[in-house]
Design a protein around this ligand. Structure first.
Ligand code: CDP
Ligand code: CDP
Length: 214
């Protein structure tokens, strides 16, 4: 069977990660969370106090960084980090650097795995345009905010529902309206509404994949 690439794009907290992890487990695929790469690079920029708006500084920083280490993932999912990641993700130099790394990871992992599932914003529309299966996850913003709020509270972070909803809406706006690789529905994507239970979504996703690979 040909190696399979499945892309899962959609707005913040729509359920991309949960759905991708399910696909990984059910089909024994490798899962790459591209948002995580953007968050890791953002954390490096913050820690090293890089003036990312300065082209030259950014170039030197990326040259030194060379490779993205997936080791230290703490402090990446706070509201502040999410906001900042979206600000930094609009820069073409950052996107080119991450895309280069993503493609390298995918090449490596496909030697071992029969398929790979990647979630993000521009995976089906730009990074892996030739993916055999593309999903776009659509979920009501208030439902997304409720779920993300619960996640933050469960992790022990002080959180206010209204702030979470505001952050999600602002990030949606920034991600959809930037010049470089904005969040769009890939023209050949299957749109999944994940506003209901995850069980319902998993069934839909599974039946689509099984029908496609049989
Ligand atoms: O999990 P959540 O949907 O809240 O965010 P994420 O997938 O971790 O992505 C964090 C931010 O990284 C997004 O708001 C985007 O600005 C950026 N991102 C991107 O520009 N392109 C991607 N392929 C993935 C993430
Ligand atoms: O990766 P992304 O930011 O798009 O979303 P996620 O982190 O996978 O999902 C956000 C939250 O919604 C998680 O706490 C999920 O457990 C929850 N959730 C879901 O993804 N789908 C449902 N149908 C119900 C809850």
């Amino acid at each position: 069977m040909k190696k399979l690439i499945i892309t899962v794009d959609g707005p913040a907290a729509s359920g991309k990660g949960t759905i991708s992890k399910h696909i990984k487990k059910k089909f024994n695929f490798y899962h790459l969370d591209s948002g995580l790469l953007y968050r890791i690079v953002t954390k490096e920029i913050v820690t090293k106090k890089i003036n990312f708006k300065n082209n030259k500084d950014l170039q030197i920083f990326l040259k030194k960084l060379k490779k993205i280490s997936l080791k230290n993932q703490s402090g990446l999912r706070t509201l502040t980090m999410s906001k900042l990641t979206s600000k930094i993700a609009k820069f073409k130099k950052i996107r080119d650097f991450i895309n280069f790394n993503q493609k390298k990871i995918v090449r490596e992992k496909l030697k071992k795995f029969k398929g790979i599932v990647i979630d993000g914003r521009d995976i089906g529309s730009v990074v892996f345009k030739n993916a055999q299966i593309k999903f776009y996850i659509k979920t009501n913003p208030k439902i997304r905010a409720k779920r993300r709020y619960k996640e933050l509270i469960d992790r022990g972070e002080k959180s206010i529902y209204d702030s979470v909803l505001k952050e999600i809406k602002l990030r949606d706006y920034k991600d959809k309206n930037r010049i470089n690789s904005p969040l769009v529905i890939p023209k050949d994507a299957v749109i999944i509404d994940n506003s209901k239970t995850i069980k319902t979504t998993k069934k839909l996703v599974d039946s689509f994949i099984l029908q496609k690979i049989s």
